[in-house]
Design a protein around this ligand. Structure first.
Ligand SMILES: [Zn+2]
Ligand SMILES: [Zn+2]
Length: 330
């Protein structure tokens, strides 16, 4: 099969992914083999490919927002031909303290799709049968793919931030995840305040119903109940904290941050403001979000790339040169 293989992490401008012919993977007990229909491109893929996350598997095939048809390893619940989604959380041990306490996103020995095992930048991919999600027919391949990490993790961020219906919510950064989260927030009658760099991202936020849109240096005009940061920058976390009301929550949606600068505790955190990180996702997050996405007919903005252009797709994500999400079609 054809796949995009990471030989050695490097700056994406050096095209570290090689488009190669590799053996089609063989299905093992408990797994399904998927014919990949589409695979979303996530900023985490960029961190993996550029080596900001340590190498966990040599000759890795990245990609963790997979839409595929079950072609082998079917179970009674997911017969051959079922169209399913696979996300970043590719498996858990089911045994550690976190798995036993309803927090499988924090599992001590998780499997990550497209990182610790091969992912979906390929014509075929394996997945654990109990970690795939049947997809509603209303969501087509191209538009379902970005929901599977960007969408689910954005939704989890809303949960971690404790968003309630009708609240004032700030989104700091407006990439793939945020532009899906805003749709859920609108469905919950929240007022959404978006701070982001890039004129096209600001236009997109306004067109998707943001109450207010500003640059990364502008402060929202109201004190926020909740704020979610999507930009991989600690300065943005400080800007979000500075926009909160007392008792408000900032949820940091980033697997990697440059650093968080020193900040004034008395002014920014005192008053029972909270700073939380968002880590991975549970299967319940995935199922609940996909149901909401179906109900509100969520259609992400997408740009499709053929598998041969996997490097270009990642470069586009790095440069913020496309609105919404990049999706690879093998
Ligand atoms: Zn566990
Ligand atoms: Zn992701």
């Amino acid at each position: 099969m054809k796949a995009a293989v990471l030989r050695e992490p490097a700056d994406i401008s050096k095209r570290p992914l090689q488009i190669s012919e590799v053996p089609q993977p063989e299905v093992q007990p408990g797994q399904v083999l998927l014919r990949v229909r589409a695979c979303g491109v996530c900023r985490t893929d960029l961190h993996i490919v550029e080596g900001e996350l340590p190498v966990r598997l040599k000759g890795l095939i990245p990609g963790h927002q997979i839409v595929g048809d079950v072609v082998a390893g079917a179970t009674p619940e997911i017969p051959v031909g079922t169209r399913v989604g696979v996300s970043w959380i590719g498996g858990t041990d089911g045994e550690c303290w976190y798995c036993q306490h309803d927090a499988e996103n924090l599992c001590d020995s998780p499997t990550f799709t497209g990182y610790t095992v091969n992912g979906g930048y390929a014509e075929y991919a394996l997945a654990r049968a109990d970690f795939v999600f049947p997809l509603p027919a209303a969501l087509d391949d191209l538009h379902a793919a970005p929901l599977l990490c960007a969408g689910i993790i954005g939704f989890r961020a809303l949960r971690v931030a404790g968003v309630r219906h009708g609240e004032n919510v700030g989104l700091f950064g407006f990439g793939a995840s945020a532009h899906l989260a805003i749709a859920v927030l609108k469905a919950w009658n929240c007022k959404v305040y978006v701070s982001t760099r890039g004129e096209s991202h600001r236009r997109l936020a306004a067109s998707l119903g943001a109450e207010w849109v500003g640059s990364e240096n502008d402060k929202p005009p109201v004190a926020l109940d909740r704020a979610i940061t999507f930009a991989p920058s600690g300065n943005v976390v400080i800007a979000a904290l500075a926009s909160l009301r007392k008792g408000g929550v900032v949820a940091i949606n980033a697997i990697h941050l440059d650093r968080i600068p020193q900040f004034d505790y008395d002014r920014l955190l005192w008053g029972e403001r909270q700073l939380r990180s968002v880590t991975n996702m549970t299967r319940d997050d995935a199922r609940d979000f996909l149901q909401i996405a179906n109900e509100i007919a969520l259609r992400p903005k997408v740009t499709a790339f053929p598998l041969d252009q996997a490097n270009q797709a990642l470069l586009a994500v790095k440069n913020d040169s496309i609105d919404g999400a990049a999706v690879i079609i093998p």
